[in-house]
Write a protein that binds this ligand. Structure first.
Ligand SMILES: [Zn+2]
Length: 330
């Protein structure tokens, strides 16, 4: 413990890199995806998805009846998204914007309630930060704090908000969102209501099956502590009774030497074998931390940007990574 802070002091420089890599590339570089058909010129309702997980969900539920486009280009860290004139027009022309409040302040400000669907309203939310999980076992009192946080607003990124927005990393919550999205699209495009509802039901059952794979796969593990690059996995931790230690609360936040020392101690105490990093975050901090505690690094994808496969394959890759890192026997 006494030597840890000194060992990690050298990381401060490295963590500045982390902040830059996480968010610097994100500013002002939103694009529409190639399958965008802007304002539904072909007669289909234009559905604009703010980030990848709800893009995937909108495509599953919208099927051939909706023209889905995405606001945040692949490979762009989404939290810092700024809206250019083209994105503002895209939002104004949308029959429905599907987003998660708290991820992208620019989107939160630009949407109107009549033409938007906030996926976070479909589920029970958790407070932001790793301590969220310390409250453990169905302490539902926090749902109330969530509403309060929305009312309070915050122009800082999601770290400043009291609600953790990363709901899509719990497949069971995303299944609930699928059902609600189906109802919302059915209301917006009544002529195709049955199609939306059928696809929503299919998507929900696919996600429920994925949830069961996770529950089974993470049922018996040598350790239940996961050290992650940023605290994106609170809902996954909540659902499968894991303990998340996020090196940074937010991808744009630079972990302090004190925080890094704290994480190193927690990692050693929990005998973690792996420090997780993510594709859009500079791995330097995780690598040095891993060296310090005698662990290796592996990627755990928070799905804030489009993966090489899709939501389902990336989540299965995450499950495999977690099973290896935590020593799970399924
Ligand atoms: Zn995040």
């Amino acid at each position: 413990m006494s030597r840890t802070p000194r060992m990690l002091a050298g990381l401060v420089t490295g963590s500045a890199l982390l902040a830059t890599a996480a968010c610097g590339s994100g500013s002002g570089s939103a694009q529409t995806s190639s399958q965008s058909s802007s304002s539904g010129a072909d007669g289909r309702p234009a559905v604009v998805a703010a980030i990848y997980p709800v893009q995937w969900l909108s495509e599953q539920v919208g099927g051939p009846d909706a023209a889905v486009s995405v606001l945040t280009a692949p490979g762009v860290e989404p939290h810092d998204l700024e809206l250019g004139p083209q994105q503002v027009a895209q939002l104004q022309d949308a029959a429905l914007t599907v987003y998660v409040r708290g991820v992208q302040p620019a989107v939160d400000e630009a949407v109107t309630p009549e033409t938007s669907f906030d996926a976070a309203t479909a589920v029970t939310t958790l407070p932001a930060g790793e301590d969220a999980h310390a409250h453990e076992e169905g302490e539902e009192a926090h749902a109330g704090e969530g509403e309060e946080a929305h009312a309070g607003e915050g122009e800082e990124a999601h770290a400043g908000e009291a609600v953790d927005p990363h709901i899509w990393l719990d497949p069971s919550r995303l299944a609930t969102v699928a059902t609600k999205l189906g109802e919302r699209l059915a209301g917006a495009d009544p002529a195709h209501a049955q199609g939306y509802k059928d696809r929503a039901a299919r998507t929900a059952s696919t996600l429920t099956a994925l949830d069961q794979e996770f529950a089974k796969g993470l049922g018996t593990c040598a350790t239940r502590t996961m050290v992650t690059a940023h605290a994106a996995f609170g809902y996954l931790a909540d659902r499968y009774k894991l303990q998340q230690v996020g090196i940074a609360l937010d991808p744009e936040q630079e972990p302090s030497p004190a925080r890094l020392a704290e994480v190193a101690t927690a990692a050693k105490n929990a005998k973690v074998t792996t420090i997780f990093t993510e594709a859009l975050v500079n791995p330097k901090v995780a690598e040095v931390l891993a060296g310090e505690v005698g662990a290796k690094t592996a990627v755990l994808d928070p799905l804030e940007s489009k993966p090489s496969g899709d939501y389902l394959s990336a989540m299965r890759d995450n499950l495999k990574s977690l099973q290896t890192a935590l020593g799970c026997t399924a």
